[in-house]
Design a protein around this ligand. Structure first.
Ligand SMILES: *Cc1c(COP(=O)(O)O)cnc(C)c1O
Length: 418
């Protein structure tokens, strides 16, 4: 079931204070999730969540998560800059490598971040760009399919990430020769899982591999990084993961494989932390009846790309009409000249009139952050609904000045009155 923790009046008051569209985030909900996660792993002496910055790269949100004891997972120079500006440093930053510029390693090392290598070739790059640290993390890709109780949950064999097992053996030996003393092991094998078994299954796989690699190389296994992937119920018929159960499942595997303890656990949840605590608040601005019935919103895929990109389901409600029968079938669209700019297709909804406040649920992760500027459309504002019931602008909406900012070498735009 999508998150219905906020009353329609909260959205209505927000829309009186700020022009739509905007994303509204619930501070209390975000804090509650951080606390629940920390509680689910309280059995582990050394646990830390590194919030995946890409899910919701807003400094106000990052500072809230910092107050709740979280670190950050960054994958680019600008994400590292954001982390640094918000006061994160050292071992509260995970830098997840990918096909990225070499000098980003140097910056991550300057900040004292953990570096999570994505490939065996990264070892030489890190050596030349910041140097090999005492503790280094490697990303594991076991290949093939990843199944839980016989159900295929992901296809690591087709994913661009991680070392093969043989490369881990070779890579860790090399890291040891270059001065590393201990290692972390990371894997991300399935995205948006809503079974309670994902983390426990992944944990067992990583615990066993880590233990074997430690015995082989003589390097100490410092931590297991379970990464992201715990999902949220976007659809009304889906159930929420029970994070306490998830933590318990990981504990069972941990106590079996590491009875003597001593291995830290890290997570990098993005979606699970903030996804349900964001809503895209829009007005219905158009309706159109042709071969289908269309409702046009003042938001478009620029504000929330997931439906267009992944055909992702996002629940939609109409403020003041929660109890109305869903006896109309609409395609709910934005304004892009692009037919996949639809937030919903053939969706049963209450009757929608122009001027109605329409709320798109679960936009708190991979929502605003995926925004782009196609068709010259501008990205929206972000508003925080604070724990004391205030509405705080935490990112303004873009203006044409932002859109044209990169044309400052062109006189026509340099001189433009914006
Ligand atoms: C995207 C990502 C995450 C977060 O994934 P969610 O599905 O949002 O939990 C965590 N770690 C890494 C390395 C990622 O790329």
């Amino acid at each position: 079931m999508p998150n219905f923790s906020l009353a329609d009046s909260v959205f209505q008051r927000a829309a009186e204070a700020f022009p739509t569209p905007f994303h509204l985030y619930d501070e209390q909900g975000i804090r509650n999730n951080a606390r629940a996660l920390n509680q689910a792993f309280a059995w582990c002496k050394d646990f830390e969540e590194y919030f995946a910055v890409k899910a919701l790269p807003n400094p106000t949100v990052l500072r809230i998560l910092k107050e709740e004891g979280c670190g950050v997972d960054c994958s680019s120079r600008t994400e590292l800059m954001l982390a640094e500006a918000c006061g994160f440093s050292g071992r509260d930053i995970m830098f997840s490598a990918n096909a990225m510029p070499d000098d980003e390693f140097t910056y991550a090392r300057q900040l004292g971040a953990f570096v999570n290598l994505d490939d065996v070739t990264h070892i030489d790059i890190l050596k030349e760009n910041g140097g090999i640290p005492k503790t280094v993390c490697c990303r594991y890709n076991p290949g093939g399919d990843f199944s839980i109780s016989g159900t295929i949950m992901g296809n690591p064999g087709e994913a661009k990430y991680g070392f093969t097992y043989a490369q881990l053996e070779e890579g860790l030996m090399k890291l040891k020769e270059l001065g590393a003393e201990e290692f972390g092991l990371h894997a991300f094998l399935s995205s948006n899982t809503i079974t309670n078994d994902y983390y426990p299954t992944l944990a067992r796989l990583l615990f066993e591999a880590g233990k074997k690699l430690s015995a082989l190389t003589g390097l100490k296994l410092a931590f297991i990084n379970l990464s992201g992937g715990v999902g949220i119920p976007y659809r009304p018929d889906q159930e929420k993961t029970d994070i306490m159960q998830v933590g318990e499942g990981v504990r069972k595997a941990y106590e079996e494989i590491f009875p003597e303890g001593g291995v830290a656990i890290k997570t990098e949840l993005g979606r699970w932390m903030t996804g349900p605590n964001g809503w895209l608040v829009t007005h219905a601005t158009h309706h159109k009846d042709t071969y289908r019935h269309y409702i046009g919103l003042d938001a478009c895929a620029v504000n929330l790309m997931r439906p267009a990109m992944y055909e992702a389901y996002h629940h939609i409600t109409v403020c003041g009409k929660r109890d109305w029968p869903c006896d109309h079938v609409y395609d709910v669209t934005g304004s892009l000249c692009e037919n996949n700019d639809k937030f919903a297709i053939n969706r049963s909804l209450p009757e929608i009139n122009e001027g109605n406040l329409v709320v798109i649920h679960d936009t708190g992760a991979h929502g605003h952050a995926m925004g782009y500027n196609y068709n010259g459309r501008l990205r929206s504002a972000e508003v925080l609904y604070t724990t004391d019931g205030q509405y705080k602008l935490i990112r303004r909406a873009e203006t044409p000045r932002d859109y044209f900012a990169t044309l400052d070498m062109d006189d026509a735009f340099g001189k433009m009155k914006l």
